[in-house]
Design a protein around this ligand. Sequence first.
Ligand code: SAH
Length: 357
Amino acid sequence: MTPLKAKILRLIESTGPIGVAEYMRIALYDPEHGYYMRKDPIGAAGDFVTAPEISQMFGEMMGLFFVQAWEDRGRPARFHLAEIGPGRGTLMADMLRAAKLRPEFLAAAVVSLIEESPALRAIQEKTLSGARVRWVSGFEELSGASLFLVANEFLDALPAHQFVKSNRGWRTRMVAKKGGELVFALSEECEPDSFAPPRLRDAPEGSIWEMGTEAIAAMRTIAGKIADHGGVALVIDYGYSGPALGDTFQAVKAHSFADPLAEPGEADLTFHVDFTALAEAAREAGAYVYGPQTQGAFLSELGIGLRAERLRRANPERANEIDAALHRLARKDQMGALFKAMAICNPSLPALPGLPC
Ligand code: SAH
């Protein structure tokens, strides 16, 4: 049994079942044994691989996206270029390299990273050694200038609530103890049918509805800053347009799906992102929303095909590898359709590259 599982079992024994969101928070962020606190989960030797780790082309496209957005927004002389959840630092390194084609952009950027994991921060320091970057603890340190922010596969890591439709109404999905194991259970209390969005009120019994409260709160904060000070936030993640029903709570360990309750602290836990809920939060905070657009279409619009062509010509011996990476990032049956890009910005400014209005 993992030390964290023993700790969660003891907690449930003393205080009763905990909500799925609380369980996820402990599993990922427990200061001693939390998944993100201890190890580097990304890459072939870890649990999952992200787009920037597949190919440099991904980060390069993001870099060009931000250079274009900065130019279209009147080239602010000082701005925050920030990444939240920067993983191994690869995305920011590739963005900064691509942005070298506009030295004025790099000169104006105050580059900040927000990272919760000490293990990943140490890797970011290595990847980005030599670059002018700083680590900050939260959004409050990104004030006083416009904000250009990227978050790739970050919002899926934030704890979300699940509700299950019962014959009495919506009940919160909990994690309880049965024998020596963790099991899913339902709260005693019930929320009325009106608790769910109108489209879900006739949901059949047993349906699961998810609410990404923390992702929505993060979006609201980012959007508020952008509405006040200008800028653009680009979020890319796996997700859907909601409100929708279904259980997307998932665990991934060593590149395979796992039981989310089996080994807390040892497997990555995520939820798919509800882009509609995020867009609503951003609009309420005064920002304009572009997308969501599928990752495949977004990367194609930004010119990843041309970039792949250039790289193939410069490195003919790597042509197969470049093609494979391009397909993995952009094809519908791979990451191209499940992953989506959405951007928010100040309403009064020109359109953003690669994204529909
Ligand atoms: N964007 C990276 C990494 C994605 S994994 C990439 O595409 O490769 C999720 C990242 O978010 C990790 O860096 C993880 O440590 C970080 N993270 C998770 N929860 C966080 C939180 N609450 N605050 C800041 N960073 C967080």
